[in-house]
Design a protein around this ligand. Structure first.
Ligand code: SF4
Length: 427
């Protein structure tokens, strides 16, 4: 077994304990939503949850990937339960787990109680067809209404979509006023939009800090930050404050030369969703001095970026620094459109290979590993085209197949022997 040299100092992140505390707090806020007289939405993923914050609504995350993924036997049962009802392997795998939990009666269970939370509505900023279909199925299963704001894929001129986004957002607010039986508080909407911007900008700056050699974080640690975005909590002030605190700590690590992985010799990009049930995938290359430092999937899921004409990744400035005022409902929704139309790279499907190449170059990546996820229609689109582009650009690249939520579709031994062979070129 190769032995990794220690090349850089490391130390744990101070803010992780704060993150755990905050995760517990927002989870308990959700579980206590009914006692606290709050409306409840099934939501999360992507964003625009400032709209829910304007109603003081709590959010039950539609992706139960934490609790439900801890026991592998249970994960297999969830997959089977969804499959029995006709949700096969062509459906979104992550949300199939959620459907399995709905069918087996564990979705929304309040810890320590026999009670399940029943949301008032399903709300989403919809970015892929798998998400849209799954949310419709949740709503049918629970007998509750849905409201969606669609982010159209691959529109070359996002500014032209602003009116469409605004019309959908105003309609969604009107619908939620009826469902929740209370008015939208525009002051809270403005504050939530500001916080969504702050959260995503801080995550973009944390991602940018990963350009440093050594990278201040392992990719695994970066991904653990993304949880607030996946859970739909980016609009909360305490979450935005946390992200800014984490950004300051990560930037301090860069200044002091603190590494996420002290043996960093080979900088790797991991592309695609990860097998959520395996802890070893990101760690495995470390025995050869390899460390994953970047990922288009996770950087774009959590941050705000656009690609400039030279192919470099740029972080937008917030709207209030560009003279865009947040003063009422319409201007707040415009600022949401300004965040999610031009600065969410996921929207530009055909440009993804170029984004990934720009990322590999800007972040000084030596090689790339692509996870070809059978269960994620949204992120897997044009992955193979990206692999070809990397080969043409002379960047070493391999891929492996898996399904992010189905252990039966992942051969970990094959992944490890592929990495053994791949890393050989840097020995
Ligand atoms: S992007 Fe992938 S994991 Fe997310 S909703 Fe779409 S298919 Fe599911």
């Amino acid at each position: 077994m190769p032995v990794t040299d220690v090349l850089y100092p490391t130390r744990p992140m101070d803010c992780f304990s704060k993150m755990k505390e905050l995760r517990r707090k927002v989870a308990w806020d959700t579980w206590n939503s009914r006692e606290n007289g709050r409306p409840l939405a099934l939501s999360g993923e992507v964003g625009a949850t400032a709209i829910l914050g304007a109603f003081d609504a709590e959010i039950l995350p539609s992706m139960p990937t934490g609790r439900e993924m801890r026991d592998l036997d249970w994960v297999v049962k969830l997959n089977e339960a969804a499959e029995t009802k006709g949700y096969g392997r062509d459906c979104c795998a992550t949300l199939r787990i959620a459907l399995g939990a709905h069918f087996l009666g564990t979705f929304g269970l309040i810890p320590g109680k026999e009670e399940r939370l029943k949301p008032d509505v399903v709300f989403s900023l919809a970015l892929c067809q798998g998400q849209m279909k799954a949310h419709q199925s949740y709503a049918d299963h629970m007998g509750i209404p849905t409201t969606h704001i669609e982010l159209p894929y691959s529109h070359p001129r996002p500014a032209e979509l602003t009116d469409y986004f605004l019309a959908q957002s105003h309609d969604a607010i009107e619908h939620l006023e009826k469902v929740f039986g209370r008015p939208c508080d525009d002051e809270k909407l403005i504050e939530g939009v500001r916080n969504e911007w702050r959260s995503r900008l801080a995550m973009a700056r944390i991602a940018e800090a990963q350009k440093a050699v050594p990278a201040p974080l392992k990719l695994k640690n970066f991904i653990s930050f993304v949880v607030f975005e996946w859970r739909g909590w980016n609009h909360r002030a305490e979450v935005a404050d946390f992200y800014e605190m984490a950004q300051a700590e990560v930037e301090e690590r860069v200044r002091e030369g603190i590494a996420g992985f002290g043996g960093e010799k080979v900088r790797l990009l991991h592309e695609g969703v990860l097998p959520w049930f395996s802890n070893q995938v990101l760690r495995y290359p470390e025995k050869y001095g390899g460390t994953y430092v970047a990922s288009w999937t996770h950087f774009t899921n959590s941050g705000a970026f656009y690609q400039d004409e030279e192919g470099h990744w740029r972080v937008p400035s917030p709207p209030w620094e560009r003279g865009l005022e947040l003063k009422d409902r319409d201007s707040a929704l415009r600022c949401l459109a300004d965040l999610y139309l031009p600065n969410l790279m996921n929207n530009f499907v055909m440009e993804r290979p170029d984004h990934r190449l720009g990322l590999a170059r800007d972040w000084n990546v030596d090689g790339a590993v692509y996870a070809l996820d059978r269960g994620c229609i949204g992120m897997a689109t044009v992955l193979l085209e990206s692999v070809i582009l990397f080969k043409d650009a002379g960047i070493p690249v391999i891929n492996y197949e898996m399904c992010c939520t189905n252990p039966a579709d992942f051969d970990e031994g094959y992944y490890q022997t592929s990495i053994d062979a791949f890393m050989d070129r840097w020995r």
